[in-house]
Design a protein around this ligand. Structure first.
Ligand SMILES: Nc1nc2c(ncn2[C@@H]2O[C@H](COP(=O)(O)OP(=O)(O)OP(=O)(O)O)[C@@H](O)[C@H]2O)c(=O)[nH]1
Ligand SMILES: [Mg+2]
Length: 272
């Protein structure tokens, strides 16, 4: 694996809108990968996280506490999140040095609740740069409830591609908390992700005219450039789709071991 050669494991940033299930995925993936004997390191970059259920090898809250930033600078939670992200940017080299010193096969990183903090403030792009662009990728989580309407679904496609564009690293979309969706709903959403013409019809029914044309044209262009098209169902609750997260990482960064490559392939075959 690339990471083993260079000393730093490859990094998967888990990104998504508030409450999309990012921290739960990091928790589930850490538990699951231990069972698979994959050495996955969990990292928390969300200074606002209240309680975490995974063992973070690096926790940004040891450097920056959201509550302290709120008190010290007399800010509300949103202003404090922005300032915390900027304070983190100032320490990004230290954070990167800390992450560089870790050994393992894969690093999985929890990010702040508001996706724009990760996408638009300096800290993350700086961190990606320092960690190495060819060593990083994004797991983008779609919110299941928002994905039930064509416009909500398309909005998340656009948001995911904005994050991918902004950070310039490979991105794979996952449908989070898929256990909360009825089987027909799940099937419909997955079909939208695979067949643009079906999504187009649904969108015309819902939004109509110019809005639909705008969205479909964007999606068409995006499809041409996407390295990892489609949407993969995920449930941290049921440990469903975790093997697909690992397979995505293996495809980008190289296999972890022959045995585990075989395992991931088996899982993939069972699904097909
Ligand atoms: N049913 C179900 N619930 C889930 C799943 N993953 C997360 N949840 C629930 O969704 C809520 C939000 O999950 P979090 O993991 O905290 O989401 P987050 O994206 O880290 O949230 P913020 O950091 O606040 O933006 C919690 O109540 C979780 O228990 C899942 O796979 N299935
Ligand atoms: Mg969280």
């Amino acid at each position: 694996m690339v990471g083993l050669d260079s000393g730093t494991p490859p990094v998967l940033f888990v990104v998504g809108t508030a409450g999309a299930g990012k921290s739960s995925l990091v928790t589930a993936f850490q538990r699951w990968s231990r069972f698979q004997e994959v050495d996955a390191i969990a990292v928390n970059l969300d200074p606002g996280a209240e309680r975490l259920h995974y063992d973070a090898e690096f926790d940004v809250r040891d450097l920056i506490s959201l509550n302290e930033v709120m008190t010290e600078y007399d800010l509300g939670p949103n202003g404090a999140q922005i300032l915390a992200a900027d304070l983190l940017a100032a320490q990004a080299d230290d954070v990167a040095a800390n992450l560089h010193s870790m050994t393992g096969e894969l690093m999985i990183v929890d990010t702040p609740g508001q996706v724009e903090l990760f996408a638009f403030r300096e800290a993350s792009s700086h961190l990606v740069e320092v960690l190495g662009r060819d060593q990083a990728a994004i797991i983008y989580l779609f919110d299941p409830m928002l994905s039930r309407s064509p416009s909500g679904f398309v909005s998340q496609m656009l948001l995911s591609s904005i994050v991918e564009f902004r950070l310039g690293i490979p991105t794979k979309n996952f449908l989070s908390k898929s256990d909360l969706l009825e089987p027909e709903e799940l099937e419909k959403i997955l079909e939208w992700s695979e067949r643009l013409e079906i999504l187009e019809m649904a969108l015309y029914d819902e939004a109509g005219g110019l809005r639909t044309e705008f969205a479909i044209n964007q999606l068409r262009v995006m499809q041409q450039f996407s390295q990892s098209p489609g949407l993969t169902p995920l449930s941290s609750e049921l440990e469903d789709g975790l093997a697909d997260v690992l397979t995505f990482a293996q495809a980008l960064f190289g296999g972890m071991s022959d045995a585990r490559d075989g395992f991931a392939a088996d899982i993939g075959n069972e699904r097909n």
